[in-house]
Design a protein around this ligand. Structure first.
Ligand code: NAD
Length: 427
């Protein structure tokens, strides 16, 4: 049985706690989100009727700084899912040593069913509903599934209207023209690219002899496909919500991306076409893609994709979690027994929040960096934290996932204890 996403997150915490010496106070604080809001979001549809959506924002922990995390638009968004994602953000920010806590938000809706004007109205309506709960020093928003820079721009603008002043630091992942950072759009995948190269070089696995399958062809999946293909990795399969394509000799990633992009433009903010329409390939299902005999598997779509039900079918040697939570804890055990190494979401996809941090710093200073400067800083941080996590994994002979949680927990525990009052009661 697949555990709830919050139970999944807690399991990882419990596993890591065995190796970390942190206070009972810190452990107790990490059991529950600090604050959650659930709001109703009214939307006037183009036909004049009114529809109400459910929306959420969660601040899981803000000991190390303002909460930070994306906003997801998806029909499956629930408070429980948002809480789990905020929990993950807490660990991700600590792992990368960013001065942020963890937050997340979402609206339960099917964005592809809305027009561009309706999307703008619902995004502004969401900000109206949560404006008192967020802020550049409190809780900072960013893109996640089915949200993008355009939507972040609307959200920043709406918050600024409410505050009667321009507040670029409340939202990251904005368009460049509204205070976005160079390199933000591709940062998640570029960060993953540095992690993948750092790790595979330890196994003497060169790009030219490495085959890759990628589930999900959105912001994250399409960019990592290009980055890897550009330096010689053979990307043999990609998929989206409607299915996948497979070519053992390697896919032509630029032409697939061009196709998706062209159709997207025709369709407005969202593309409702599938990569399946590209020719010269074999059509496969998402289940087929996950079980392909490849060196590297990159889930870059949704959570809970590799579970105890299908873990035994996985043949890849290395799994890099570009999506949040694609491998369940039950699947972790099976994969470990099969000798498959899993590299965790909180490390692999942390490039996005790292450049979001850079964007927030630039917004506060009113001074903007070049793309090269952003890229160099991202590379340095991703490589450094990957190396430290690797050393912890080697030292305790544990998985990279547990090592990443240990590394983050040590930073979180230290910050919580520095704030704590327990010592007064012990005197
Ligand atoms: P996106 O909306 O741009 O793309 C999602 C992709 O997944 C689309 O191609 C969609 O068709 C595909 N998809 C949806 N359901 C699927 C299914 N059942 N099987 C296969 N493909 C499916 O979203 P994104 O920004 O690329 O995010 C993808 C994942 O990466 C999410 O888990 C997100 O939390 C994570 N992530 C993204 C960022 C970022 O900056 N974009 C940062 C950190 C983590």
């Amino acid at each position: 049985m697949v555990k709830s996403s919050f139970a999944e997150a807690s399991t990882r915490l419990e596993q890591a706690l065995k190796y970390v010496n942190i206070s009972d106070d810190a452990i107790a604080r990490l059991q529950y989100p600090k604050a959650s809001v659930s709001v109703s979001i009214p939307l006037r549809l183009d036909d004049g009727s009114l529809q109400i959506f459910r929306g959420y924002r969660v601040r899981y922990d803000d000991t190390r700084g303002p909460a930070k995390g994306g906003v997801r638009y998806h029909p499956q968004v629930s408070l429980e899912e948002v809480e789990s994602l905020a929990f993950w953000m807490t660990f991700k920010c600590a792992l990368l040593n960013l001065p942020f806590g963890g937050g997340k938000g979402g609206i339960t809706l099917h964005p592809k069913s809305l027009s561009k004007q309706e999307l703008e109205r619902v995004s502004r309506s969401y900000i109206d509903a949560i404006a008192d709960f967020i802020g550049p020093d409190v809780d900072i928003l960013a893109p996640d599934m089915y949200t993008n820079p355009t939507i972040m721009g609307w959200m920043m603008d709406q918050y600024s209207i409410i505050q009667r002043s321009i507040v670029p630091g409340v939202v990251t992942g904005k368009p460049l023209s509204m205070g976005g950072s160079q390199g933000r759009e591709t940062a998640t995948s570029l960060g993953a690219f540095y992690v993948i190269n750092t790790i595979l070089s330890k196994f003497d696995q060169s790009p030219q002899e490495t085959t890759v399958a990628i589930q999900g062809f959105g912001n994250a999946g399409a960019v990592i496909a290009s980055l890897l293909a550009n330096i010689g990795y053979r990307v043999v399969a990609v998929s989206d919500s409607q299915g996948g394509i497979y070519a053992p000799q390697g896919l032509n990633i630029p032409s697939i991306r061009q196709y998706k992009l062209a159709k997207q433009r025709l369709q407005g903010v969202y593309c409702d076409n599938s990569v399946c329409n590209i020719v010269e390939h074999e059509i496969i299902s998402n289940a087929d893609l996950l079980s392909l005999d490849v060196d590297v598997l990159i889930p870059a779509a949704l959570e809970n994709q590799i579970t105890p039900d299908n873990a035994h079918t996985i043949q890849a040697k290395y799994i890099f979690e570009l999506a949040n939570g694609p491998v369940t804890s039950g699947a972790d055990e099976i994969l470990e027994k099969k000798g498959i190494s899993v590299f965790p979401d909180i490390l692999v996809n942390a490039g996005g929040v790292t450049v979001s941090y850079f964007e927030w710093v630039q917004n506060r200073n009113g001074y903007y960096w070049s793309k090269d400067e952003v890229t160099q800083r991202l590379k340095k941080r991703m490589t450094q934290e990957t190396e430290t996590t690797w050393s912890i994994a080697q030292e305790f002979d544990i998985s990279m996932r547990i090592a990443a949680y240990i590394h983050a927990l040590e930073r979180l525990g230290e910050a919580m204890d520095a704030k704590g009052t327990r010592n007064y009661y012990q005197q």
